[in-house]
Design a protein around this ligand. Structure first.
Ligand code: SAH
Length: 248
């Protein structure tokens, strides 16, 4: 069941599969399979070493985002802290937040200014010049219904003149026929809305909504919610990096 209310809590350490994988890899240089279950697809795996990527190994869109990030930077859903650490190397100032207690522990050990905070928790009341959301950053928005809450929250977090750098992909290729037409049932939910549940060893997380959103749909919601949008760059496979700035 989908709930309309945006969650503001962090994860319990015993239902934090991705954090457990990040923790193992940090401690031992090894990790078991981090499995992603979804009702829409076969089980998939996230390669845990990829979560520890360095600037040189990052997809181009992420490198562009790191190059553009300026001022006081908020790394949202920071995971192992890979982007915050790359920013630190570039002498930029990043604050990392994540709902995963184990990830935050690892980030602290790696020298990241990391906090166990849910993006939507209003008690986190700091201000930033750049909000960075990477590796399908729109995932954390969860659903299209959450767009207004997301943009309202961003207005609270951004300094005047600040902006969000966020990446996503248009999942249309999953539904495309050979002739280019789309096999999408318009009565269904938006095609980029996935339900995910992660598992690492015997640690099973709670199911959650994870949104992939095409640029035009994101642009529609940005405008509805008082933001300007710029297509910064496009990747090789339906992916893109966008900059969102509150409209004056
Ligand atoms: N940005 C990292 C990790 C991406 S995975 C990277 O590129 O490698 C997404 C991360 O977002 C996970 O670590 C998850 O715990 C975190 N997350 C999910 N919802 C969140 C929320 N509402 N607030 C903060 N972090 C969140």
């Amino acid at each position: 069941m989908r709930s309309n209310k945006v969650k503001t809590a962090v994860l319990r350490p015993d239902s934090d599969p991705m954090g457990a994988a990040i923790y193992d890899y940090h401690k031992s240089g090894n990790a078991a399979a981090l499995v992603v279950h979804s009702s829409m697809f076969e089980d998939d795996e996230i390669p845990v070493p990829d979560l520890f990527r360095v600037y040189e190994d990052m997809p181009e869109l992420e490198r562009i985002a790191l190059d553009l990030a300026e001022g006081r930077i908020l790394d949202v859903g920071a995971g192992s802290g890979c982007h915050s650490l790359a920013l630190k190397k570039m002498d930029k100032t990043a604050v990392a937040i994540d709902i995963s207690p184990l990830s935050v522990e690892v980030m602290k050990e790696r020298g990241v200014d990391a906090h166990e905070v849910n993006l939507y928790d209003p008690s986190f009341a700091e201000k930033f010049d750049t909000v960075l959301m990477l590796m399908n950053g729109t995932g954390i928005i969860g659903t299209l219904e959450n767009m207004p809450s997301f943009f309202a929250r961003m207005k609270e977090l951004l300094n005047p003149g600040g902006s969000i750098l966020i990446d996503s992909s248009d999942l249309r290729y999953l539904f495309e026929e050979e002739d280019g037409s789309l096999m999408i049932d318009l009565a269904d939910d938006y095609y980029g809305l996935l339900d995910y549940q992660m598992q690492y060893r015997d640690v099973l997380g709670e199911p959650f909504d994870w949104l992939y959103v095409d640029f035009d749909t994101l642009a529609f919601y940005a405008e509805e919610n008082g933001f300007e949008i710029e297509l910064v760059a496009e990747g090789e496979h339906y992916d893109y990096l966008a900059r969102l700035t509150p409209a004056l």
